[in-house]
Write a protein that binds this ligand. Structure first.
Ligand code: PAF
Length: 287
């Protein structure tokens, strides 16, 4: 069954083939959605496909482990790569085309441009710990949007700051593609799905849901009238007791990501990044 759907799946390895296929669909009056990923697909990615299918006739997924968004100290070479398994999952989810560009296709010799975004990209969250990350993300996403020219593109809310960075970039640079977020998919115990969860040891995996629990408790306290700062202090303490070393646990305005100290000042998003052993987990929830 899966093998059959894989054999029907279209695969494009270069921009010319991708554009030819998209042009064919457009001649038939069909709309196109793009779900950009770095592969190692899990149910969170598959939920992007499900959402994309509701928004457009055709769904393209790109898989490209983008070197420019990894710092030299990060896990670019170790990042899980499993294209055949990914193709089977995408086909089973009834996606239409996998775009699998090579590094040379995305960054040909002489490539010299970079998109530097401010606003949400400089909110003092991930950017504080990964200062070059969002320039890499914005640049590759801009390229993918130009290469595919989709009507819509879908990004997971799991990387909430990334979603806001891409939304801002698309608006500022007049991309016609509409950007959509898809809700985070979680394990039964609350751990947000992430391709990096495979790095967790058995003990760390058992401890990992404490991140989501700390955010949920923090949100409940704020909703019950506690001060935002007091609720954040409690969340940081809960994480430390569960064995995490937190990089940040913050309450931000859900749209701008600017600091927020009063509930009345706007919709609040809680965002956290914390290390468990060598693995860095991020998560976020609405209040
Ligand atoms: O979220 C990801 O997987 C990546 O950051 C993205 C958006 C595909 C850009 O490389």
């Amino acid at each position: 069954m899966v093998a059959d759907s894989v054999s029907r799946l279209e695969i494009a390895g270069d921009v010319a083939s991708l554009r030819a296929k998209v042009a064919e669909w457009r001649r038939l009056g069909e709309t196109v959605a793009l779900a950009p990923t770095m592969g190692a697909l899990h149910d969170g990615h598959i939920s992007l496909v499900a959402q994309a299918k509701k928004l457009a006739h055709r769904v393209v997924m790109s898989i490209f482990v983008n070197p420019t968004q990894f710092a030299p100290t990060e896990d670019f070479s170790a990042y899980p790569r499993m294209v055949e398994a990914d193709a089977a999952k995408f086909a089973a989810a009834e996606g239409d085309l996998l775009f699998l560009p090579s590094a040379a296709e995305v960054y040909p010799a002489g490539f010299a441009s970079q998109i530097i975004t401010a606003g949400p990209a400089a909110a003092g969250l991930e950017d504080r710990f990964r200062p070059t990350h969002f320039a890499g993300v914005a640049t590759v996403v801009a390229k993918l949007l130009n290469q595919c020219r989709p009507d819509v593109a879908v990004f997971g809310e799991k990387d909430y700051q990334q979603l806001k960075v891409v939304t801002q970039m698309a608006r500022d640079l007049d991309f016609e593609t509409q950007i959509f977020g898809a809700p985070t998919v979680r394990e039964a115990d609350g751990l947000a799905l992430s391709s990096r969860n495979v790095y967790l040891s058995a003990d760390e995996r058992r401890a990992a849901p404490a991140l989501y629990r700390a955010l949920m408790a923090c949100a409940a306290e704020i909703r019950a009238g506690a001060s935002i700062e007091a609720a954040l202090v409690a969340a940081r303490e809960a994480l430390a007791s569960a064995g995490f070393a937190a990089d940040y646990v913050e309450a931000r305005h859900a749209e701008t990501l600017s600091p927020i100290s009063l509930r009345a000042n706007g919709p609040i998003r809680l965002l956290a990044a914390a290390r468990l052993g060598k693995t860095r987990l991020i998560d976020n929830i609405a209040v």
